[in-house]
Design a protein around this ligand. Structure first.
Ligand SMILES: Cc1cc2nc3c(=O)[nH]c(=O)nc-3n(C[C@H](O)[C@H](O)[C@H](O)COP(=O)(O)OP(=O)(O)OC[C@H]3O[C@@H](n4cnc5c(N)ncnc54)[C@H](O)[C@@H]3O)c2cc1C
Length: 442
């Protein structure tokens, strides 16, 4: 096929993710029609909403309805990199500064416990989600080892976590790229097919009595007696308790809630199956990211494709643009992959609060919120689901540990400009450090 025609075909490729293309077409529940009642109505079928619904069902609350405007896993939860590891978008050092040793350690432990809970749920509910138990490598883009030493020491001293040092020569044996110098290995992390996991959570919740309605956007939320009424285009649910969990896809139900987060896009692509060529770039099953602020993240998929992600932007770009940008990034690390075909490219929206921590709590009596998980949300959404389920079903007050990270305004639209500028600034700083090191080396 002539290149111009190939290019035209790519330009018109629909933004179907690899994940969506590799799950069977199925529905988890018809659109809501008419009136219904529930104990709890969860709005949003991403990991935050699904974990809250399943956590409630596991605690014996049978009468739970979950609404999604599109499909289960439509948002970030069904599009992400698939890294499952502890921590929050706000780094460990900042967390420690904010909260002090005891509280920071307790919050961080909530996320490492969540990693174990995800494993346990995969086993308990038999979720086939291509779990790869090969850990995560944090590869140093720079010669300066300070960043690795500092983080490793901080994690050990304050969080009781041991990341293993991987010397440069050993790292090169695992990742066949000259870009990196040393790395840290996080052995307890894993990676998986996030959409299969989201669908597995939905199946597990439905199996315990939760009712799911897809293609049922909540379009209004109002008081109804002691509880709430949630309206959708063709129906309504009356529930004593409502959970809002709409991430960067913004529910449009409460101005203050939407104002609390910036939806920020990040990009992913997947190569054609590499077969034996995978051996030219990786001799590890680990997922990898690097030490720059604007880092690349990638992982080998079980069918020998490479999933590659990176960049953050306020722009939700077309698949063709995502592919162009990410191929450039990939070639910098793996020139061996020059000419490899890209089969899928897509973007997804993360939700960021100004403080880069999740916003978890009760906004008004019976109205709960779980959003702002940023780019590090698989484990924290699981943690949040447990906190909300415990609070609603059992009066557990642990959610108050997040009280310091409230629903502050994200200062839109200036916040978008601020986010883009700080990204460019950090990117420029990393590029400057890189070129200085190369110059010193020459
Ligand atoms: C490309 C990408 C890569 C990432 N990689 C990783 C990673 O490797 N590891 C990691 O830990 N984190 C990663 N993250 C972050 C992580 O995916 C998110 O933090 C997490 O999935 C957020 O879950 P959520 O439930 O809050 O939101 P979402 O998954 O975005 O779900 C929100 C849902 O709400 C629904 N909704 C919105 N409005 C309404 C309404 N009015 N009525 C009904 N439903 C509504 C949407 O349809 C959507 O399904 C990544 C994110 C992206 C975008």
């Amino acid at each position: 096929m002539p290149p111009s025609k190939r290019r035209r075909l790519r330009m018109s490729r629909p933004p179907v993710s690899y994940y969506r293309a590799t799950v069977p077409k199925r529905t988890f529940g018809a659109p809501l029609r008419g009136r219904s009642e529930a104990a709890v109505c969860v709005v949003g079928g991403g990991f935050a909403g699904l974990n809250a619904a399943l956590g409630l069902a596991e605690r014996g609350v049978r009468d739970v309805v979950l609404l999604d405007a599109h499909q289960v896993g439509f948002g970030a939860s069904g599009r992400n990199g698939g890294f499952v590891f502890g921590g929050f978008s706000r780094g460990e050092e900042a967390l420690l500064r904010d909260l002090g040793h005891e509280q920071a350690r307790a919050l961080y432990a909530g996320t490492t416990d969540a990693v174990e809970r995800i494993r346990a749920r995969i086993d308990r509910y038999g979720i086939a989600c291509e779990r790869v138990e090969a850990g995560v490598l944090w590869a140093n883009w720079f010669r300066d080892q300070g960043v690795l030493h500092d983080r490793r020491r901080l994690l050990a001293e304050h969080y009781g976590i041991d990341w293993q040092w991987v010397p440069e020569a050993e790292l090169r044996e695992r990742i066949h790229s000259t870009r990196y110098h040393d790395g840290l290995f996080e052995p307890h992390a894993f990676h998986f097919h996030p959409l299969k996991y989201a669908q597995g959570l939905a199946d597990a919740a439905i199996g315990q009595g939760v009712t799911v309605h897809e293609h049922s956007a909540a379009i209004a939320l109002e008081r109804a007696g002691a509880g709430w009424r949630v309206r959708t285009p063709e129906g309504e649910v009356e529930a004593r308790t409502v959970v809002l969990a709409c991430g960067g896809y913004l529910a449009g139900l409460r101005r203050r809630v939407d104002a609390g987060v910036l939806p920020i896009a990040t990009y992913v692509m997947v190569t054609e199956p590499l077969g034996a060529r995978m051996g030219e770039i990786l001799a590890t099953g680990a997922a990898v990211y690097d030490t720059r602020f604007a880092f690349d993240y990638y992982r080998p998929l079980p069918d020998t494709r490479l999933l590659w992600g990176g960049r953050i932007s306020i722009l939700d770009r077309s698949p063709a643009t995502v592919e162009r940008l990410l191929v450039r990034d990939m070639r910098k690390v793996f020139p061996q992959l020059d000419g490899v075909r890209i089969d899928y490219a897509w973007s997804g929206l993360m939700s960021y609060a100004r403080h880069q921590m999740p916003q978890i709590g009760e906004l008004e009596p019976g109205l709960w919120l779980a959003q702002a998980f940023g780019g590090h949300g698989v484990a924290p959404t699981t943690f949040a689901g447990e906190l909300l389920a415990g609070a609603i079903a059992e009066g557990d007050t642990r959610w108050r540990d997040f009280a310091g990270y409230g629903l502050v305004s994200a200062l839109k639209p200036a916040g978008f400009l601020g986010a883009e500028l700080s990204y460019w600034w950090a990117e420029a700083r990393d590029a400057w450090k890189d070129s200085r090191e190369r110059f010193a080396q020459a």
